[in-house]
Design a protein around this ligand. Structure first.
Ligand code: GDP
Length: 436
């Protein structure tokens, strides 16, 4: 998905603008220490194009005045590096400040489309007042806008979306199984990638272009080509120490968007963390298959350590008990030969067409078992089920009263379906729809 970064000094209205554009106020990644403290990113769409919008506004909650400048610089820089399109917001009510000029210096250095937004132009009648002063920032034509009233945002979005790269067309490469290796820094992603690529040294020795370009590596497995997505991102370590974690998260999620299956690498000596859980959650949301790898198993040398890892696994992955896991060591090679087999198996499950007759036999059994939902004299009746999508399998249940379906019932149905069909490693989607 294309990424739009909203940058600017504090209090110019960045978050107001982002909230207006984003689908919801909720950040894709929930706040957690050291990860998204200063930047949050949100899902958005306009004219049928989905994109991600980064808000660098979190920085404004920092109390100490004297740390503003360097941190603004740093956030603006990182956001600009990630983005495809930059929205630079200034305050139309105050004119240019030193901090605006600082941000402009960063923005000017990045060779990407920039929109200079002069915010707080709440009254279209005097939108031109002082507008042209902002030309001095050297980032192009200033555009008046009111983030709080919404005025000007539609035109801005039209122009932003027009800058996005063309949507990828289907080609033969699309058919190739693509696998993303994701996980927190230092869990052993690069080591694993090298193992899978069967090379001792770094898999991408001659990187062309800039570091933000994703580099994929195609490997052969049992005569089958498999694409390892964004192997360049594994090598790239952010210069800013505290951002390594965040950087690898963003990079990982971008890779998940382009992958059929993700290998979620966990450091077994640390256990499955909250962040691993978030990544798994987001892979599920995006319909990506998952195989969990407990790496550094060579260091798990006591029953107690084994118990601890397994406890963290069952705690964090309880929401998706269908995720398979393998204990591996990228260092010694333990069980790494099983990794691609598990990924391919998950990919097959994900691409599956479930037989309509079997689905409906299952429904009949559930009906006979008396499992249903009732409320206020109404009783849920599911007439039939069909698969309406693939990769991952999407099922539609046609019923009399979809509103009676609650989370528990949905989970019950999912478990029954998983008991019946081989769906290890793949999320599934279920929709309960009104049948007249
Ligand atoms: P990345 O940041 O996830 O790509 O992690 P790296 O592949 O760079 O590995 C981080 C560190 O962990 C390096 O020092 C590796 O040698 C080490 N490492 C990776 N896999 C294993 C493993 O299975 N066992 C042990 N003991 N160390 C490992």
């Amino acid at each position: 998905k294309p990424i739009v970064a909203v940058v600017g000094r504090p209090n110019v209205g960045k978050s107001t603008l982002v909230n207006r554009i984003a689908v919801s106020r909720e950040a894709i990644v929930h706040e957690s220490r050291g990860v998204t403290r200063d930047r949050s990113y949100h899902e958005a769409d306009w004219n049928g194009r989905d994109f991600v919008i980064i808000d660098t506004g979190g920085i404004e909650s920092v109390k100490s005045q004297d740390v503003f400048a360097p941190r603004i610089r740093e956030q603006a820089l990182l956001a600009c590096q990630e983005a495809d399109v930059i929205v630079f917001v200034v305050d139309g009510a105050t004119g240019i400040t030193d901090e605006d000029e600082e941000v402009a210096r960063i923005v000017r250095r990045v060779d990407k489309p920039v929109f200079l937004i002069v915010n707080k132009k709440d009254d279209p009648a005097n939108e031109q007042d002082g507008l042209w002063d902002f030309y001095a920032l050297g980032v192009g034509e200033p555009r008046p806008l009111s983030a709080s009233h919404g005025y000007g945002t539609g035109d801005l979005l039209d122009d932003i979306v027009a800058c996005f790269p063309e949507e990828e067309e289907a080609n033969e490469e699309e058919d190739m199984l693509s696998i993303a290796i994701v996980g927190r820094p230092n869990v052993g992603k690069s080591s694993l990638a090298n193992r899978l690529a069967n090379k001792k040294r770094s898999i991408v020795s001659d990187v062309a272009g800039t570091t933000r370009d994703a580099i994929d590596t195609v490997i052969q497995w049992k005569g089958m080509p498999i694409k390892l997505v964004d192997t360049a991102g594994m090598r790239k370590k952010s210069q800013v120490h505290e951002d390594i974690e965040y950087y690898s998260l963003v990079r990982g999620l971008q890779a998940i968007d382009r992958a059929d299956i993700c290998l979620l690498v966990v450091d077994a000596t640390v256990g499955v963390t909250e962040q691993d859980q978030k990544v798994a959650n987001m892979a599920v949301d995006r319909g990506c298959g998952i195989v969990l790898l407990l790496n550094k198993w060579d260091l798990i040398d006591s029953q107690q350590k084994r118990d601890e890892v397994m406890a963290s696994l069952s705690k964090r992955m309880a929401f998706a008990p269908w995720i398979p896991f393998i204990n591996i060591s990228a260092l010694t090679g333990r069980a790494t030969d099983k990794v691609l087999a598990a990924a391919v198996k998950a990919a097959e499950a994900r691409a599956q067409q479930l037989k309509t007759s079997e689905l409906n036999n299952l429904l009949a059994e559930i009906r006979e078992g008396g499992h249903t939902r009732s409320e206020k004299g109404r009783r849920l009746k599911i007439q039939y089920c069909t698969q309406t999508g693939s990769k991952p399998p999407a099922l539609s249940f046609w019923c009399n009263a979809p509103d009676l379906v609650d989370d528990n019932f949905e989970r019950f149905m999912e478990n029954r379906i998983r008991d019946r069909f081989e769906l290890t490693g793949t999320p599934i989607r279920m929709r309960f729809r009104q049948k007249n």
